[in-house]
Ligand binder design. Structure first.
Ligand SMILES: *[C@@H]1O[C@H](CO)[C@@H](O)[C@H](O)[C@H]1NC(C)=O
Ligand SMILES: *[C@@H]1O[C@H](CO)[C@@H](O)[C@H](O)[C@H]1NC(C)=O
Length: 387
């Protein structure tokens, strides 16, 4: 990596000594800024993610993105070699000069990284196709000094990390990771830049962008929830599925309950992003069909202000039974009442007696009809919302 150091030294040293990375309050001072943190308790991170796929010796693709907590704030535009600021407040409170300094370092990094990996692939026995992922940034916790991190993964497994001032192989990553770290540790300039970016620039940037994005991070959107029956379980069993969607922020707690009793076999999926920046979660429970009655899905979320959503499974199930019952009862009543009227006054035709405003049959019929109409409308709405 001799060429890398040379190029890096030439390009990075001026940046370092321009003071872009070195000025500003010490990392210790940044913990005071933790009060900007919206949730108050939860740690908040700013992180850069990189995914580089190497198909063969001549083909590579790298994606880079910046994230404040769960909100994507930046994207690396590969074609232009520039940072795309995805939200109006993505620049935080850094000055134009500071941003240009960071920009220059990232440009250099994204320019050099693929070539260096390709050049070293055989030395480190990297086998095509392979994927390298990097996650770097810093975390702030109220009342504590900020923490920096930089992790690298190879083929989806932990490979190395940067801690303090040195590269360390991940436990279990083997001799290849040890060799890579040994080589990386020789390059002081790279370590200097990494240390300053992570330990100094990052906490200051995080404090600024967290304050700028406060409203977005604190946005409260209530979830919608519904239940349905999933496919898959064996005979005599039901897979109860509780869907929760459209909520923000991401933390949510969804459980299948019997009364106040949490069902321990509740299976939770990943919280997935909706296109509008809200979240979706699916929580299932595999039960014996006869034990499904009395179960309900309970949703706790900060937007609900303590009023948990409770969706009974019976509501779903019993609605169908009730509808069938209602239809049968209506038919029987109509037939019986109709017969009775026929017997009482043979002079009136059946239809006329039903249409008579004061007839019992007519009133029952109307009541049933409007009830059924409402039911069907409601059910229609529920099934529509399930789509
Ligand atoms: C390298 O991989 C790319 C993408 O899969 C492919 O299009 C290209 O033909 C490959 N080149 C060589 C030399 O194998
Ligand atoms: C950005 O904001 C943080 C916290 O609000 C502050 O400590 C820092 O000095 C600000 N930086 C600039 C360049 O204004």
């Amino acid at each position: 990596m001799a060429s890398f150091t040379q190029q890096a030294s030439v390009l990075l040293l001026p940046l370092l000594f321009q003071g872009i990375l070195c000025v500003g309050p010490s990392p210790e001072a940044s913990h005071v800024l933790g009060t900007h943190h919206p949730a108050g308790e939860e740690p908040l991170s700013f992180r850069l993610l990189q995914i580089s796929s190497f198909a063969n010796h001549s083909w590579e693709s790298t994606q880079g993105s910046g994230w404040l907590g769960e909100v994507q704030t930046h994207r690396w535009d590969r074609a232009l070699g520039t940072i795309s600021y995805m939200l109006p407040w993505s620049q935080g409170n850094f000055t134009k000069e500071e941003l240009e300094g960071i920009h220059a370092i990232l440009q250099l990094y994204f320019h050099l990284f693929p070539g260096q990996v390709q050049a070293r692939a055989s030395q480190f026995q990297l086998e095509y196709p392979f994927v390298i992922q990097m996650s770097s940034g810093c975390t702030m916790r109220p009342g504590k000094a900020s923490e920096a991190f930089l992790y690298g993964a190879y083929q989806g497994s932990d490979f190395l990390s940067f801690q303090g001032y040195s590269w360390r192989p991940a436990p279990g990553a083997g001799s290849r990771a040890r060799d890579v770290c040994k080589v990386l540790n020789r390059y002081r300039v790279v370590k200097e830049v990494a240390k300053n970016l992570l330990g100094n620039a990052c906490p200051r940037f995080l404090a600024g962008i967290a304050a700028a994005g406060k409203a977005e991070l604190e946005r409260q959107v209530k979830p919608e929830a519904w239940v349905s029956q999933g496919a898959g379980p064996g005979p005599g069993r039901l897979l109860l599925v509780c869907h929760v969607s459209g909520f923000h922020p991401k933390p949510v707690r969804v459980r299948w309950m019997r009364g106040q009793q949490v069902q321990p076999d509740t299976q939770q999926g990943d919280v997935l992003p909706n296109a509008d920046g809200t979240w979706y979660l699916r929580v299932t429970l595999d039960v014996a069909a006869r034990e499904a009655t009395g179960l309900s899905c309970r949703v706790k979320h900060s937007s609900l202000g303590g009023h948990d959503l409770i969706i009974p499974w019976d509501g779903y199930h019993i609605l169908t039974v009730l509808t069938c019952l209602a239809i049968m009862v209506t038919l029987i009543v109509l037939v019986v009442v109709g017969r009775w009227f026929q017997k009482q006054s043979l002079a009136f035709p059946t239809e006329a007696s039903i249409q008579h405003p004061r007839s019992l049959g007519h009133q029952l019929y109307l009541a049933q009809k409007s009830w059924m109409k409402n039911r069907f409308l409601k059910e229609g709405k529920i099934s529509l919302s399930k789509l």
